[in-house]
Write a protein that binds this ligand. Structure first.
Ligand SMILES: Nc1ncnc2c1ncn2[C@@H]1O[C@H](COP(=O)(O)OP(=O)(O)OP(=O)(O)O)[C@@H](O)[C@H]1O
Ligand SMILES: [Mg+2]
Length: 339
């Protein structure tokens, strides 16, 4: 059975190989790419630094990809770090002081920056200057670093966790949404060519339809199905090969994986709204992973809904499990999730 964590992996070498390098290669997210292209063109025309950019949205939709594209379009170097790596103001000062003029500083998971580090970042973003206190009490000294102009690109799966003053310091804020099956199909056509596997449009469309609106899922499914095509089917992804591959990966007709189905079963058993904590304990996954990685698609597809008292299974969710909202959850499924 497919291991859900495998779908959540980020930024490995094969992931990078499929990454579009320029805005013109980036499929979908039309409003986002249009706005970014305009901001870049205007900044280049004025020979100014691009304003700070905040990219938000569920995992695997292209935030990191867009950060690299922005640097490429600006002809700038990119330096990459992540919120959890910047524990102290000194860590931030180290990163900032190494920036070349005009560089893009990409901070992934920017919502997890500590408040104290975030506050130091304010003056760096506004005045390209940072004043740091070294030591404590009578022996403390302050150190002011003048920084070259740079563009901060922040990425987050949880924009709501950013404090309003921090969020407002990004002049450009763009939210990425789940892709349509047609857009994912276009992404897969490009990826299949890069991977050197032959494919039928219908085979790729089927994979696209079962990729939860997420580019990373689509590419990950493609890579695994390409193995199958290469070893057993003359290196061609036809519809039957796609069907076989998706079944092998534990991906069902709606694109749901084993963990999605466990979430649905958990809700089916309770019948009333269930808190995130209970779901997390029941399915054995982190609360944040469920909220960021699994829920957006389950909600968008109408399988579950969020209520003030928790998550609730909708009629479409019951149907997907082969149940009616009035049925008791069959015992076999209860056993499967350890009850
Ligand atoms: N619009 C797109 N066109 C083509 N490929 C894309 C697009 N968006 C994403 N991808 C592909 O999907 C993969 C995941 O994208 P990326 O790593 O940029 O997502 P992310 O939003 O940064 O995810 P996370 O929140 O997990 O860091 C990349 O390897 C890239 O190849
Ligand atoms: Mg990323």
């Amino acid at each position: 059975m497919a291991e859900p964590a495998a779908f959540a992996q980020r930024d490995d070498a094969s992931d990078r190989a499929l990454r579009p390098r320029r805005l013109s290669d980036f499929t979908g997210q039309r409003a986002v790419t249009r706005n970014l292209a305009l901001a870049v063109a205007a900044a280049l025309q004025r020979k100014e630094q691009l304003d700070h950019v905040l990219l938000s949205g569920p995992p695997g939709l292209g935030k990191t990809t867009l950060a690299h594209i922005l640097a490429a379009e600006m002809g700038a170097e990119i330096k990459e770090t992540a919120g959890p790596l910047l524990e102290r103001p000194g860590d931030l000062a180290g990163v900032l002081s190494g920036l070349k003029p005009g560089a893009v500083l990409f901070i992934d998971e920017i919502h997890s920056l500590k408040r104290v580090v975030e506050e130091y970042l304010y003056s760096a973003m506004e005045d390209f200057r940072i004043t740091i206190q070294l030591g404590e009490g009578a022996n403390s000294q302050t150190l002011t670093l003048n920084l070259p102009p740079f563009t901060l690109v922040g990425a987050t799966t949880r924009e709501g966790s950013l404090s309003p003053p921090f969020r407002s310091r990004f002049a450009i804020r763009e939210r990425l949404d789940l892709y349509s099956a047609e857009e994912l199909s276009t992404i897969l056509t490009r990826s299949a060519a890069l991977l050197g596997v032959e494919s039928d449009a219908d085979g790729l469309l089927l994979i696209a339809q079962r990729s939860r609106g997420t580019a990373r899922y689509a590419n990950n499914h493609l890579r695994r199905i390409r193995d199958l095509a290469q070893v057993h089917h003359g290196n061609r992804i036809s519809t039957p090969v796609a069907v076989e591959g998706l079944a092998m990966l534990g991906v069902d007709g709606a694109g749901l994986t084993e963990l999605d189905r466990r979430i649905l079963h958990c809700l089916a058993r309770h019948r009333r709204p269930v808190g995130l904590k209970t779901i997390a304990v029941t399915v054995g996954e982190e609360e944040t992973t469920i909220e960021d990685l699994y829920e957006p698609f389950l909600i968008q597809s109408g399988f579950i809904t969020k209520t003030p008292t928790g998550r609730q299974l909708m009629t479409a969710g019951y149907k997907h499990l082969g149940l009616a909202p009035s049925d008791p959850e069959p015992l076999g499924n209860q056993e499967r999730i350890g009850f």
